[in-house]
Structures are given as structure tokens and as C-alpha cells.
Design a protein around this ligand. Structure first.
Ligand SMILES: [Zn+2]
Length: 173
């Protein structure tokens, strides 16, 4: 928190020390150039906050492809139980968003490819790679990369952002 008087980069209002959001317009004392730009668009702040909420609710979803692949390859019932539990929670919290997302072919394709890559990696791991060896390390690394890529594509890519944005527009009409 600033311990000095500061003037807002957006509206020039002079704020008292100990306040980290402008009393006049709500912009943070530490706003970046990008923040200021967004702040200037009406409703952008609310929209970003709401979209962040949608994304937080959907985050557990990224564990599903890996868990389902693990269950199919290893057949452990406790993994199936976790999958079921996760599915119930996710469907309960995100049914409207999921219904929206499934209308986009690229979302389905991404999810299928994501799952399939993990499945193939796990299968190779089970059939051909000894548990303690370089091979196992590479497979683990590849799985992490596949997960990171799937996550970034669904959340941070231009398409991903448009997906949330379009959902926000329909949900807040
Ligand atoms: Zn201000």
C-alpha cells in the first residue's frame, strides 16, 4: 500500500496514503498501462472479474483427461471414484458454461486430443518403459507438457478468451 499521497493515473484524483485503489474511480495505485486501457472501457472491469470466476470454477477440469487416461490404463477403482466425484462437482457448478463450450468444435477437438495424448503416453509407459529409468522421466515430462498446453489453449489463447467472452455476453444479457 502506498504510504504517500498519490494521484490516479486514470482520473488524476489525489488519493490519501494507505489507500491502494483510487477513491474516485477504483483504479489500482499499481495499475499497468494495460490495466489503465481496460479501465477506460465501460464494464471491462466487471467483465474481467466475472470471467476470472468462470475460469476458477472450471480449473479442476484440467485433471480429468489425465485421470480418465490413468483409469483406463491401470484400472484402479479409486481413480474412477475421483473421476466421478470431480465430474459431479464440475457439472453441478458449470453446467451452463459447459453447454456453451460444447457448441464449439475446437473445444471438443482439443479435449479429445488432450485425452488421447495422455492415454497414449500412459499406455507406452505401462507396456514398454521400466518404472525407474530415463524413459519414465521423459514420459512424465511429456504428460506435464500436454497438460500445460491443453490448459493454456483452453484458457489463455485468443480462442479461449473469446469463448469466455461470448459466454459472458450470453449469460449477462
Ligand atoms: Zn481514479
Amino acid at each position: 500500500m502506498p504510504d504517500f499521497k498519490w494521484s490516479c493515473k486514470f482520473c488524476s484524483y489525489v488519493n490519501l496514503p494507505g489507500i491502494d485503489k483510487c477513491s474516485e474511480c477504483g483504479l489500482s495505485a499499481y495499475a499497468s498501462a494495460e490495466d489503465i486501457e481496460l479501465h477506460a472501457i465501460p464494464g471491462a472491469y466487471e467483465k474481467n472479474k466475472t470471467i476470472k470466476k468462470y475460469q476458477d470454477a472450471i480449473v479442476p477440469f484440467i485433471f480429468l483427461p489425465g485421470l480418465v487416461a490413468t483409469y483406463i490404463v491401470k484400472g484402479q477403482l479409486e481413480i474412477l471414484a475421483v473421476v466421478m466425484l470431480l465430474l459431479i462437482v464440475l457439472l453441478y457448478r458449470n453446467s451452463a458454461f459447459l453447454a456453451h463450450a460444447m457448441k464449439y468444435k475446437w473445444v471438443l477437438v482439443t479435449f479429445c486430443l488432450w485425452f488421447l495424448s495422455l492415454f497414449i503416453l500412459m499406455y507406452i509407459r505401462r507396456e514398454y518403459v521400466p518404472i525407474w529409468g530415463d524413459g519414465a522421466g521423459y514420459i512424465a515430462l511429456l504428460s506435464v507438457l500436454v497438460n500445460a498446453y491443453g490448459f493454456l489453449y483452453l484458457f489463455k489463447s485468443k480462442r479461449g478468451k473469446e469463448l469466455y467472452s461470448a459466454y459472458y455476453e450470453t449469460a449477462n444479457k
